[in-house]
Design a protein around this ligand. Structure first.
Ligand SMILES: [Zn+2]
Length: 352
């Protein structure tokens, strides 16, 4: 039986510090998209009503039963249009669902991760893609992973200046694009800094961080700044070394190859381009949640990367990732609970 963990309205005092019995039952309603009635409640502080559905990630969605399928299609390299065709949705509806699901999964990823312990091993690299047009609006995508579990700690895109062979036609196109979007600045350092900071947030209690990258000159200083206060060992590998399994950077190279394959919008020579960088970021967030919580680390493994790091007790289904709302930070309901357990209670005693 569902008990509301808090008043869902942020300005109500039962939102931050809910008292037992703050909500009274107020019957139920029968939504068109569900077989069972949804219980309603009234908050005794603010006298506003809400339902179990107010706490769900698919709150106010049309055809909510298609959300997990859409999540899986988009994390399998299928584009928005083809997903819309497969699911019988309109393109607009699919776009709206994609944005809502990806933003929810970003919150979920941030809520469920916990501190790393002992010696943390991380690998970092950047790969390139583009927004809108490859010749005029390239982006760099830094990616940081935990090496042994392949948990993707963070990834986001940032604009970089077009480079390579400049023909008069290409220069004219770049100028035309700059007339629309303004001068294209190189913001790769900002994205690298943010990505490394996401890693630094996890290693505060670690004895040592082993950090592996290629030999790009900006990495040592940015790593030192991000991981200040922790013992940092930075190993570099020449990027000309053949990219086989024996390459020390194989884990990050392999993770990048996977994201290129399973996120259509960063594939090379693909039709599935993001028109704007922020849509690309949403695509990356969706993939990260799939990689870290739904997919096994390797096919022979039982657990996902997040299970191996002790962030959750078992691998999650797509539907579980999209269960409870995650926009209340640490006091959001845990995706593997019945609504009463909070994400701050990360791993249950029994499972630990
Ligand atoms: Zn209230």
């Amino acid at each position: 039986m569902f008990e509301p963990p808090r008043c869902p309205y942020k300005d109500c005092r039962q939102h931050k510090r809910p008292e037992p019995g703050f909500a009274w039952k107020m019957g139920s309603y029968k939504p068109k998209c569900r077989a069972h009635p949804v219980p309603r409640f009234e908050c005794q502080s603010c006298l506003r009503t809400f339902s179990r559905q107010t706490f769900r990630a698919d709150y106010r969605d049309h055809k909510p039963h298609l959300n997990p399928q859409l999540f899986q299609l988009l994390a399998s390299g299928v584009g928005l249009r083809q997903s819309a065709r497969n699911l019988g949705l309109s393109l607009r509806c699919t776009e709206v669902k994609f944005r809502k699901i990806a933003a929810h999964l970003r919150d979920l990823s941030l809520n469920l991760r916990g501190p790393l312990e002992g010696i943390a091993t991380m690998q970092f690299d950047e790969f390139e893609s583009y927004e809108g047009c490859r010749n005029t609006r390239p982006v760099t995508i830094p990616m940081l992973i935990e090496t042994s579990t392949r948990f993707i700690i963070w990834s986001e895109c940032a604009p970089i200046r077009p480079r390579g062979k400049m023909t008069p036609k290409r220069i004219a196109r770049i100028e035309a694009q700059e007339a629309i979007y303004g001068e294209r600045k190189d913001e790769s350092r900002r994205a690298i800094r943010r990505t490394l900071q996401a890693g630094a947030a996890l290693v505060k209690g670690c004895d040592e961080v082993v950090f592996c990258t290629d030999e790009k000159k900006v990495y040592p200083s940015l790593a030192k700044a991000a991981f200040c206060g922790v013992e940092l060992r930075h190993h570099t590998t020449n990027s000309k070394l053949a990219r086989g399994t024996w390459n020390p950077l194989f884990p990050i190279n392999h993770s990048e190859a996977m994201v290129r394959d399973l996120t259509g919008r960063v594939r090379r020579d693909s039709w599935l381009t993001s028109k704007e960088g922020w849509c690309l970021d949403l695509g990356l967030q969706l993939y990260m949640a799939y990689r870290n919580y739904v997919r096994r680390r390797f096919n022979r493994d039982k657990g996902s990367p997040a299970v191996m790091l002790g962030f959750v007790e078992r691998r999650m289904h797509a539907a579980e990732c999209l269960s409870w709302r995650q926009d209340w930070g640490p006091s959001s309901p845990h995706p593997l609970g019945d609504g009463g357990r909070l994400v701050s209670e990360r791993v249950l005693e029994a499972a630990a």
